[in-house]
Design a protein around this ligand. Structure first.
Ligand code: HEM
Length: 540
């Protein structure tokens, strides 16, 4: 990736100073001196040790072996999803209120209580489907994950830019992701695989409607929204819980790309979003987002035509207003991409006192998956890495495992007592900071869909609420993708989209037909006008 160095307009580096810097850089003293990882000075980094200058090489070549073996291991598995990302440091500043009310009415989480209180954080933005170096212009949800280093330990809010999701049952996630990824035989991306799965997944119609509209390609990371998607819970001092949804609104405004704009951009720069974020922060143009929440009493809400725990549904602003609770500022770029952006590990299980999980099945499935993959992707002791470690005292009897490099063992811990309880010493359980939230749950254990699926209602409503421009783009993008699929899949999709909204289904059917006919005409034309172009001669 090419990042233009930003020296600022007012900084002129004098040629004399540059020469001086150059001379200094060539003096291998102090911190500049190249060493191996044992701290030994490396005096020749150009030539391996050989018998004579033509070889063979010798096996006791420790510097070379140390260098090459480390290089052989310098990559870790990429994230199974959201592999391509960019990150930044910053802080969250609380307003101390939720709308007009004191926030303590709903949550006792310390991060929110005091007006003006700042909490450091790290954000990682990402695309979902393709690998670490894939273009950032692809039509894909964007990840929006934040690690807040709070005084009560870490809180991770792992969301996306779009406020809803494709599915509501975690059992379907691996199949969904497989269908979106390239074919396991050809390694080619193929929309037919994706729509083969989605045509049998009616709950995905709402997400598809957003994804194939301009909302599916945010212009960059600074000008996109973020959303926690799920209903989580807030818990107050009395242990009372309410459902809460989180949303981030960019102060830079929202900007999306049309497919044409994205295609043009991709031809020039496939890292535009990473570059945009990095350069904005380098030049002091710090991006900001305001955090809003929507609050709903916990319960089934039979008055709604959807289940409040269903992540494929929006809670409409008119019914559940967005209430501001604070803002986030990103003001520092990572010092190292690998140790920060690559090794950072977020998870939906990482919440603090004053928060809880809702019964959203997808959320609960996710909560297992994240730390599981991170033990594999980063390693057993991934929580000891500086980017993942809480910025507060950590004292645990969990120990050992590969690369256990703890240096703090807790001030009051008797180092002999690595278990609990103990009359001799060691760590003691913390006091409960407030009344436990104890929701009542009962029912039969079963495998069953939720009763208010309403798969098409909100998708149709979103289609109707779009501007003409957004609707036209959606029809054009979705028809093009479906035109690459077989007829059974097209028919199933058109049938479901018609149930969302008649006009929607009709226009997609017409769109597919038009593209298919044009394609046949063009192919016939190409066959008729094809010339016999012989291969150029090989000049070598
Ligand atoms: C990353 C699983 C749904 C947002 C990941 C990773 C896994 C995963 C295994 C890789 C984590 C890592 O290697 O560190 C799942 C499962 C889901 C699910 C099993 C459903 C059952 C969602 C949803 C959202 C989401 C609904 C948005 C609300 C993200 C984000 C990342 C991610 C933002 C990237 C985090 C980062 O930047 O490191 N997911 N996911 N996922 N997921 Fe999910």
């Amino acid at each position: 990736m090419h990042i233009t160095p930003n020296f600022g307009n007012d900084i002129v580096i004098h040629i004399k100073e540059l020469k001086c810097m150059e001379e200094k850089m060539n003096e291998p003293t102090g911190e500049d001196m190249l060493t191996n990882r044992q701290g030994h000075p490396v005096t020749d980094n150009q030539n391996v040790r050989t018998v004579g200058n033509r070889g063979p090489t010798t096996l006791e070549n420790y510097d070379f072996l140390e260098k090459i073996t480390h290089f052989d291991r310098e990559k870790i598995p990429e994230r199974v999803v959201h592999a391509r990302g960019a990150g930044a440091h910053g802080y969250f500043e609380s307003y101390g209120t939720v709308g007009d009310e004191p926030i303590s009415k709903y949550t006792r989480a310390k991060i929110f209580q005091e007006k003006g209180k700042q909490t450091p954080l790290f954000v990682r933005f990402s695309t979902v489907v393709h690998g670490v170096h894939s273009p950032e212009t692809l039509r894909d949800p964007r990840g929006f994950a934040i690690k807040f280093y709070t005084e009560d330990g870490n809180w991770d809010l792992v969301g996306n830019n779009i406020k809803i999701f494709f599915i509501r049952d975690p059992l379907k996630f691996p199949d969904m992701v497989h269908s979106f990824k390239p074919d396991p035989v050809t390694n080619l991306s193929d929309p037919e695989r994706m729509f083969d799965f989605l045509a049998l997944t009616p709950e995905s119609m709402h997400m598809i409607t957003f994804l194939f509209s301009p909302w599916g390609i945010p212009a960059n990371y600074r000008q996109m929204q973020g959303s926690g998607v799920h209903a989580y819970k807030w818990v107050n001092e009395e242990g009372k819980g309410v459902l809460v949804k989180y949303h981030w609104e960019p102060k830079q405004g929202i900007k999306n790309l049309t497919q044409k704009e994205a295609d043009e951009l991709q031809g020039k720069n496939y890292s535009h979003a990473t570059q945009d974020l990095y350069e904005a922060i380098e030049k002091g143009d710090y991006p900001e987002w305001e955090l809003f929440v929507q609050i709903m009493e916990d319960g089934e809400h039979p008055e709604l035509d959807f289940d409040p725990l269903d992540p494929t549904k929006l809670w409409y602003k008119d019914d559940f207003p967005w209430l501001p609770v604070g803002k986030m500022v990103l003001n520092k770029n990572p010092e190292n991409y690998f140790t920060e952006v690559e090794q950072v590990a977020f998870g939906t299980g990482v919440i603090v006192d004053g928060m809880d999980f809702s019964d959203d099945k997808l959320l609960q499935g996710r909560t297992f998956s994240y730390s599981d993959t991170q033990r594999h992707r980063v390693g057993t002791n991934y929580l000891q890495l500086p980017i993942n470690k809480p910025k507060k005292h950590v004292a645990t009897n969990q120990e050992g495992g590969q690369m256990d490099f703890r240096t703090e063992f807790g001030k009051h811990q008797n180092p002999h007592i690595n278990y609990e309880p103990s009359v001799i010493g060691g760590l003691k359980e913390a006091e409960n900071p407030g009344k436990e939230h104890e929701p009542h749950v009962e029912g039969e254990v079963k495998r069953e869909k939720i009763s208010r699926e309403n798969n098409f209602g909100q998708a149709g409503e979103t289609y109707r609420r779009f501007s003409d421009f957004e609707r036209d783009e959606l029809i054009s993008n979705l028809s093009s993708a479906l035109a690459a699929c077989r007829e059974e899949i097209q028919a199933k999709m058109v049938e479901m989209l018609t149930q969302c909204d008649e006009d929607y289904g009709k226009r997609i059917a017409e769109g597919i037909k038009k593209i298919t006919e044009t394609r046949v005409d063009k192919m016939e034309e190409a066959v008729q006008t094809a010339e016999d172009v012989s291969h150029p001669s090989d000049p070598y």
